[in-house]
Design a protein around this ligand. Structure first.
Ligand SMILES: [Zn+2]
Length: 114
């Protein structure tokens, strides 16, 4: 989608602070971090949100997960822990309609979320 913010970040048409990538997923640091480590992991192909995932998206999701594991290791989060979050829709505060998984860590994270 040419008017999608995250599609344009994946394509390099909009600058981001890249955190890593593989063949199907791209990761970049959130511009408004809510934790010392706050990375967004997105599919390179446009998928609107977690509610729109299909069984045919299994490989994309697996590659997003493997990238999150690599990044958690790289940023020394695996010992103390970290959180992976998909927000869907207005009540969850989802503002960009391109699937993205938040990787949050580096501090104690509250539960339940506010
Ligand atoms: Zn997109």
């Amino acid at each position: 989608m040419t008017d999608c913010l995250f599609c344009n970040i994946v394509l390099g048409k909009i600058d981001s602070n890249s955190a890593g990538q593989n063949d199907l997923a791209f990761a970049f640091f959130d511009i408004a971090p809510v934790a010392p480590i706050h990375i967004l992991i997105v599919p390179k192909r446009h998928i609107e949100n977690a509610n729109e995932l299909q069984s045919t998206d299994a490989e994309v999701l697996a590659k997003m997960m493997s990238l999150s594991q690599e990044l958690a290791e790289k940023h020394s989060l695996t010992d103390k822990g970290y959180r992976l979050v998909f927000n869907v829709g207005d009540d969850a505060g989802n503002t960009v309609p391109h699937l993205h998984m938040h990787l949050l860590g580096g501090r104690r994270l509250g539960w339940p979320p506010g």
